[in-house]
Write a protein that binds this ligand. Structure first.
Ligand code: TMP
Ligand code: CA
Length: 358
């Protein structure tokens, strides 16, 4: 089956995080500084669009940014711990919608949209991710969707900020024919100069040469990669590096019901399935939630967290049943769908730490 890949990238991330916790700076140029141990030096990590209008850019020395700034410009030292906290919340939302997520930086991740199939579904899921990040965290992001990582990332950049762009397989050639060679992933200043030396400005110009030519210019690995990119070919797989933070199973019951004896059969069934999955993944968890969708399509979640790991399927079943009883005691609605979720997995120190420490 053809792959569908999404790339999510938060807009001017550090600056947006600061604007989120301090409404007073909204509308002003906001510049985030990576301070240096040398006095009055440092570099610009990122800035919002108001600052970009003043020609301030990521990577620029602080001294130059200060010259370009207007009196309303706000300079803020980067607070990485705060941005990491927000980053964790962002990718929990992506994880909720997608099984296979490869986080590539503090604010960027590729995610697999191949299943359930189709570009319409991919757009629908991506819009939900955007909406939840906006409503829960107050942040905007951009998402690109395409048949591979290259195309997803390129269309994402074009649609920034707060955008969503889709390039389907049959649109790749036309899309690339309008792009500059420097728009391809990995073409920095040095590669740009090399391309210019050979009269290559647009992606289309690359096609006038052979793979061997590009290998001569850039070496084996990079040359053949750029050559393939020019034809829209990028076979890099998504390499999931995020552990799922929760597991859940939901089902629609045969007939809307508020009868414990009826609904509990569904709950027990879900618990058995879920517990198998938990065992397969060798996960330990402490929180169990019962999710109920009523006949009015309201979603209600009731949760219980234990002080120690929940070890057995019987324990999981008992807690789920208690949650169901307590829901039925408090509600006068019929249940249409029911689900069981486990979360609060034992601390997983693996990936996130590695990425951020780096
Ligand atoms: P963004 O601001 O373009 O969204 O990039 C994401 C974050 O990565 C940004 O908020 C800060 C950090 N970053 C740097 O520290 N240096 C850089 O040159 C860039 C482009 C980003
Ligand atoms: Ca970004």
């Amino acid at each position: 089956m053809d792959k569908i890949i999404g790339l999510i990238d938060l807009d001017y991330f550090y600056a947006q995080c600061e604007m989120q916790r301090n409404y007073a700076i909204r509308g002003k140029p906001v510049v985030i500084v990576m301070p240096s141990i040398r006095e009055n030096s440092g570099a610009i990590a990122t800035c919002n669009y108001e600052a970009r209008a003043l020609k301030i850019k990521s990577g620029m020395p602080l001294s130059l940014a200060k010259k370009l700034a207007d009196p309303s410009t706000v300079f803020i030292n980067a607070d990485k711990l705060y941005y990491e906290e927000i980053s964790t919340k962002i990718f929990e939302i992506v994880d909720y919608f997608c099984e296979r997520v490869e986080q590539v930086s503090i604010d960027e991740a590729y995610f697999d949209l191949t299943n359930p199939s189709g570009y319409d579904k991919a757009v629908e899921i991506s819009n939900k991710i955007k909406q939840r990040i906006k409503s829960e965290l107050g942040l905007t992001c951009s998402i690109g969707i395409g048949p591979n990582k290259l195309i997803a990332k390129m269309i994402c950049s074009i649609k920034k900020p707060d955008g969503l762009g889709v390039i389907k397989p049959n649109e790749v050639d036309l899309f690339l024919s309008k792009q500059r060679a420097t728009d391809l992933i990995g073409v920095g200043e040095k590669a740009e100069e090399e391309f210019k030396r050979h009269g290559v400005l647009m992606v289309l110009d690359i096609k006038k040469f052979s793979k061997a030519d590009l290998i001569l210019w850039f070496g084996e690995a990079i040359g053949s990669k750029f050559y393939d990119f020019a034809f829209g070919i990028d076979n890099r797989p998504i390499e999931p590096n995020r552990e799922k933070q929760q597991l859940s199973r939901l089902m629609t019951i045969k007939q809307d019901s508020c009868d414990y004896e009826v609904v509990v059969l569904n709950v027990d069934f879900l618990v058995d399935m879920l517990y198998k999955q938990v065992l397969d993944l060798k996960k330990k968890f402490r929180t169990v939630s019962l999710i109920v969708v009523t006949d009015k399509i309201e979603t209600i979640t009731k949760s219980r967290t234990k002080p120690t790991d929940i070890e057995t399927v019987d324990e999981l079943k008992e807690i789920s049943r208690e949650l169901l009883k307590s829901f039925l005691n408090e509600s006068s609605s019929y249940i249409r769908r029911v689900g069981v979720k486990v979360s609060n997995f034992e601390e997983n120190t693996g990936f996130q730490k590695k990425l951020f420490d780096y």
